[in-house]
Design a protein around this ligand. Structure first.
Ligand SMILES: Cc1ncc(COP(=O)(O)O)c(C=O)c1O
Length: 377
């Protein structure tokens, strides 16, 4: 796969258009027909194609994954004062929309087995807040949460489940696509995701009536009338027809991207697993992740995650810490946390390695060599 490039910067996960130029073909169609708008054929087809890919009945293309979570919460009927369970170990975009709805997040700890929401901590949270309105489950770094266990607990309490699959497009739990288990699933096409539209998101659901409502809210809640009439609060959250064209092209190479991400993960695992204190993110027997970001933990005092990140940065290689848990964020510190501090330990010991699908073997060698060097000191 090529040779070492002289000190070219290696990115964590950057946009990667198809070699075939599929994206430009769809974008060109939008230009040729002057459909440069937040509606059009690319939007309609991208919704259909993504819904088919993940096995959901319907999908709404939106301007971001964050907007999709916001409207999923609204579709779930989450209102002021309602409690929503949310994993602590995630990006803030999972939790922020709970606040947009003036609802109250309760943060749930991770499970070492999955790095995702711990079903036991979830059960404890339900005992305390049986009236909870919705549960958001995240599939971190493309790893599936343990959906059977989580859905079992959630169905006992008849609660709406929203899957934040922003990072896991192309990943499967027991053969079923992540994002298609809950009442609502959301995806992100931000520039750093496995496929991108430069910015965008998608909400999927088997409830077509609710998806139609999400489209309505996302287009300023315009009632069917000759004049501009609004009976509900509206949002400007629709995806543009140009962005959707990029998305349609990117969707064609999704499997290729997953394959490369897996190759990157296995390369690192083969080369670095034997280093003292290193443990890679858990890939369970029932999981087929999309390996969005190859991540590992380092324990012991010999080498710390910060040493790895500093050494890589000196070499012009991007890496980053594992997400800082939400219950440790200054903004969310007043909210409750249920768990034993596993998310905190994953944050303290974790590091995400560059997982850019444009990386060559030479690039991977550079990363590995830099990291191994720290253990030789
Ligand atoms: C777990 C998670 N949730 C939500 C989002 C938000 O998606 P977007 O950036 O498209 O708003 C992201 C990524 O950005 C994410 O990683």
């Amino acid at each position: 796969m090529g040779t070492t490039r002289a000190k070219e910067r290696i990115f964590l996960s950057s946009p990667h258009m198809s070699d075939e130029g599929y994206e430009m073909q769809y974008v060109q169609e939008a230009f040729d027909t002057n459909w440069i708008a937040p509606l059009g054929e690319n939007v309609n087809q991208f919704e259909k194609e993504l819904a088919t890919k993940v096995g959901s009945k319907d999908a709404a293309a939106l301007s971001s994954g964050t907007g999709a979570i916001h409207l999923a919460l609204k579709a779930a009927g989450v209102e002021e004062g309602d409690v929503v369970f949310c994993p602590s170990l995630t990006f803030s975009a999972t939790a922020n929309p709970i606040i947009y709805q003036n609802a109250v997040p309760v943060f749930i700890d991770s499970d070492y087995k999955t790095w995702n929401m711990c079903p036991k901590a979830l059960e404890v949270a339900f005992q305390k807040y049986p009236e909870v309105k919705a549960v958001i489950v995240v599939h971190l770094y493309g790893l599936s949460a343990d959906m059977d266990e989580i859905m079992k607990v959630c169905s006992k309490y008849h609660v709406t489940v929203i899957e934040d699959a922003a990072e896991s497009l192309g990943g499967y739990y027991k053969g079923q696509h992540t994002g298609s288990f809950g009442d609502y699933g959301i995806f992100s096409f931000n520039g750093n995701k496995i496929i991108t539209t430069s910015g965008g998101g998608m909400l999927v659901s088997n409830n077509e009536e609710r998806v139609a409502k999400v489209r309505f809210w996302a287009t300023q809640s315009r009632d069917q009338a000759r004049h501009y009439q609004h009976s509900e609060l509206g949002f400007n959250y629709r995806m543009s027809n140009v962005a959707a064209g990029i998305g349609r092209g990117q969707l064609k190479v999704l499997e290729e991207r997953v394959e490369k991400k897996k190759y990157i993960f296995e390369y690192y695992k083969d080369e670095l697993s034997d280093l003292e204190g290193v443990e890679f993110m858990p890939v369970n027997e029932w999981d087929e992740p999309n390996y969005w970001l190859s991540s590992m933990t380092v324990s012991g005092n010999q080498v710390r995650p910060i040493d790895i990140m500093d050494a890589l940065e000196t070499e012009g290689i991007e890496s980053r810490p594992v997400w800082k848990p939400m219950h440790l964020q200054p903004y969310f510190e007043g909210y409750e946390f249920v768990g034993d501090g596993i998310s905190e330990r994953l944050f303290e010991n974790g590091v995400c390695l560059p997982s850019d699908t444009k990386m060559t073997d030479g690039d991977l060698e550079r990363v590995v060599k830099t990291i191994k060097g720290l253990w030789l000191k």
